[in-house]
Design a protein around this ligand. Structure first.
Ligand SMILES: [Zn+2]
Length: 288
């Protein structure tokens, strides 16, 4: 079932959302503390964190499953996983413990989801195209249909992304975001986070279960990568979410075993070692 488009929902005051939930973790990277349950580990790398090292700390044996990220509205449910990229989708869900779900961003929104009652996690990459495709609502629908999740029990966190302070768009894009765009003539700013929050609220996510990192990738240049600010050659932040392998496993990767050997690797070298995942998936909400 489709949820409403962003513009039809009243925007809750952002001060009602939980803020400041990203905390630094030992060895680099950031974690959303107490996100859903102690079994859920969720967070993001930063400019100084080598993603491969972060992942090796988090899930020493893998698997790591990534969305291909095509700026669409498709969601893949991961039922059997090997390290690799799931083609054609921008969001992933799983109930498999020990499987890290990843997206890579540099201004787009990383949106993390957890159903602590049913032990299901999800992640989405949403830029303006994904938001217009209704991706946040499609993920909530996928939780409902694949796992019977109740939207009012889901925890959702929005990681570092470009915010209305820095996100200038043309009049054509602004026109598609309605009240989430402000400006005149050729100069408009767009509030992607506001649009995402509005859609999530329309779908039944409770404001007290919606965490906002509050971080702007373009403002905080020393900490995050930003495509707008640094150009296409900039790096990508890796956002991750996973279930611990056993009850009681801490969600804080800083308490895990240290990283396995291996120095920093370039994004190109890292990409070269990835291969397509040997997964079974269902596109729950493919756009027609
Ligand atoms: Zn900013």
């Amino acid at each position: 079932m489709m949820c409403g488009a962003p513009r039809v929902s009243p925007l809750p005051p952002l001060e009602r959302l939980s803020r400041g939930s990203l905390a630094p973790i030992r060895g680099g990277g950031w974690a959303f503390r107490a996100f859903g349950s102690c079994r859920v580990a969720a967070g993001v790398s930063d400019r100084r964190t080598e993603p491969a090292a972060l992942l090796a700390r988090l899930v020493p044996e893998g698997p790591w499953v990534e969305a291909e990220q095509v700026h669409g509205g498709s969601v893949a449910v991961i039922e059997r996983a090997q390290t690799g990229i799931v083609p054609g989708c921008d969001a992933l869900l799983t109930r498999l413990p020990g499987v890290a779900l990843l997206v890579r961003t540099a201004d787009c929104l990383p949106i993390l989801f957890a159903d602590p009652r049913r032990d299901v996690v999800g992640i989405a990459h949403a830029g303006w195209r994904g938001l217009l495709a209704g991706l946040p609502g499609r993920v909530v629908s996928a939780f409902r249909h694949a796992y019977g999740s109740r939207p009012d029990e889901l925890r959702v966190a929005i990681g570092p992304a470009i915010r209305s302070c820095c996100y200038e768009v043309g009049a054509d894009v602004a026109a598609r975001f309605g009240r989430f765009a402000q400006g005149s003539g050729a100069r408009w700013r767009c509030d992607l986070i506001g649009a995402a929050v509005a859609e999530l609220r329309t779908c039944g996510i409770r404001p007290e279960r919606l965490l906002d990192s509050g971080a702007c990738t373009a403002c905080e240049g020393g900490r995050w990568f930003s495509l707008r600010r640094d150009g296409p050659a900039t790096g990508r932040l890796v956002s991750y979410i996973m279930l611990g392998r056993a009850t009681g496993v801490t969600g804080d990767p800083s308490t895990r075993a240290p990283a396995v050997a291996g120095g920093p690797r370039s994004p190109r070298a890292e990409r070269g070692t990835r291969r397509e995942a040997g997964f079974r998936r269902r596109h729950v909400t493919r756009r027609s």
